[in-house]
Design a protein around this ligand. Structure first.
Ligand SMILES: [Zn+2]
Length: 256
């Protein structure tokens, strides 16, 4: 693929509106072409900045109504500055500070939460594994092969369970990066669906748990903490199956 053709597809790739074949071709080109990497990263940053900018202006209609209601109905132009009564000055000062408060509150609440951002990261990692056909660094259904593979690569030892007899065979494991740290990813299969399980030590920073699951872009996610570890499950398998899988994972003893 030539640089020009690759660059034409950057926007589609960023918007995830690209076919699997094109995505793989562009990503392959990006791996080898530093010039395109720079342009791609710039577009990605611009896009993020733009999204944040757009978010800023998405104040709910209710907020606008409350601001309007708080403002005096008399138009300011009908009074000269010198004759403006004290009460009106106070009112406009109150209205201005109220407006500042609601705008910043609106801005605050419109920001994606830490959980949402992390959920996005989890889906992106899972999909990247699928697209690039790089789901595992160590391909094995043997927990006694997968668990030691992480030795020396991570500062913790992830619990590894093979659940083949329960219908969720272990496919293998890989290193990944989530929440600014290296994490262990285990890959399981359920019928034709692939499931990624991300594991890393629970930090002091509390990520809200989503016990009932999140559904985003056709993927289901579950997260929980157990024995000092954080877990994220992601798959396109249906939510009930994913919850069953979570029950199996949390109730069986991992290989030590
Ligand atoms: Zn290029």
């Amino acid at each position: 693929m030539k640089c020009d053709s690759a660059r034409e597809l950057f926007t589609a790739l960023l918007d995830q509106e690209i076919g699997l074949h094109d995505a793989m071709t562009v990503e392959a080109h990006l791996r080898d072409c530093l010039a395109c990497q720079v342009i791609y990263q710039e577009q990605k940053m611009q896009r993020t900045a733009l999204q944040q900018q757009l978010t800023y202006f998405q104040a709910p209609a209710e907020l606008a109504q409350r601001i309007k209601a708080a403002l005096p109905s008399t138009p300011a132009t009908s009074l000269s500055v010198t004759r403006r009564p004290r009460r009106w000055l106070n009112l406009s000062a109150i209205a201005a500070s109220f407006m500042a408060v609601v705008i910043s509150a609106g801005f605050y609440f419109m920001q994606p939460s830490a959980t949402e951002r992390l959920a996005d990261e989890v889906i992106a990692s899972h999909v990247r594994g699928l697209i690039t056909n790089h789901l595992t660094d160590v391909a094995s259904s043997d927990q006694h092969t997968v668990k030691p593979w992480f030795n020396g690569k991570l500062d913790f030892s992830p619990p590894v369970r093979d659940l083949t007899t329960e219908g969720f065979p272990l496919i293998g494991g890989r290193m990944d990066y989530l929440e600014h740290r290296a994490v262990a990813t285990l890959v399981y299969r359920h019928r034709q669906h692939l499931i990624s399980l991300f594991i890393y030590p629970a930090q002091t920073k509390v990520i809200p748990r989503v016990s009932s699951g999140i559904t985003q872009n056709g993927y289901h996610l579950l997260n929980w903490s157990q024995d000092g570890m954080n877990y994220w499950l992601v798959s396109d398998v249906n939510l009930v199956q994913l919850q069953n899988f979570k029950v199996l994972l949390t109730s069986t003893t991992p290989n030590k």
